[in-house]
Write a protein that binds this ligand. Structure first.
Ligand code: ATP
Length: 234
């Protein structure tokens, strides 16, 4: 579904991403793990068109995303749940969800889809009139995921959904990600929380200073001594 081949990305003289290749197949959860600064966010930003690549290819189904206008990429069925959630804090929960549907004009269907988001996240329903900035960190993450669901994507790119959340909320968010996947959503998940990210993924890639240094079955990686030592703190 998503195929990245020999991707290189630079910030001026800093060569941040080196010949990265990765694939996400339909129905999978694929995790991209690595330390702070390894280049995970840069890869997501390049896929979604927020950052220009120096070379390489990014294909979503048949479309070359590197030559596609970022605004058009959303209409191709890919949604981005950004790092730090980036919700609109002055607007209400409901208004944030409506913004997620901005590419669509079918108001009746939008209202139904908001109800569907509420069925995944009852706490958002309880707080629908509240300014989004007054939600807790976990609820804001739920809102960011719910907003992405509103564009009816085939694939979601999630950047550090566990960031800043308590262990209990991290569990809840990962459970929601699994549930979305069981309902058919394909997911590319970027995480520093390697243990959780590997435990729900089908496959994973390990990134170190802009290079993929390991890839494979996520369960195998969880059991791998090198991964345990370097990334799981075991
Ligand atoms: P984090 O978990 O902190 O988001 P990351 O794995 O997502 O880390 P990136 O944010 O993609 O890593 O950063 C990869 C490299 O690119 C780092 O060396 C970083 O310093 C550099 N970098 C990122 N953004 C910029 C920028 N705007 N200008 C210059 N260098 C940048």
């Amino acid at each position: 579904m998503l195929k990245v081949t020999n991707l290189n990305v630079s910030y001026g003289a800093i060569h941040a991403i080196h010949n990265v290749s990765l694939e996400v197949h339909q129905g999978e959860i694929v995790s991209l793990i690595g330390a702070n600064g390894a280049g995970k966010t840069t890869i997501l930003h390049t896929i979604t068109g927020l950052k220009k690549a120096t070379s390489g290819e990014v294909f979503l189904e048949g479309t070359n995303l590197l030559t596609t206008d970022p605004a058009k990429i959303v209409t191709l069925g890919m949604a981005h749940v950004p790092e730090g959630r980036r919700i609109f804090s002055q607007m209400t929960v409901k208004e944030n969800l409506e913004i997620g549907a901005f590419i669509r004009g079918d108001n009746e269907q939008i209202a139904q889809d908001i109800e569907q988001v509420y069925s995944h996240f009852p706490r958002l329903k309880e707080r629908y009139k509240q300014a989004a900035g007054t939600l807790s960190g976990g609820e804001q993450q739920m809102l960011a995921i719910g907003r992405a669901m509103m564009s009816k994507p085939q694939i979601m790119l999630m950047d550090e959904p566990s960031m800043g959340l308590s262990p209990l909320l991290v569990k809840e968010i990962f459970h929601i990600i699994q549930e979305l996947n069981h309902n058919g959503m394909t997911i590319l998940l970027v995480e520093q929380n390697a243990k959780m990210a590997l435990s729900i993924a089908n496959r994973a890639y390990v990134l170190e200073t802009g290079n993929v240094v390991m890839e494979g079955n996520a369960q195998d990686m969880l059991a791998d001594d090198k991964v345990k030592k370097a990334y799981l703190g075991l």
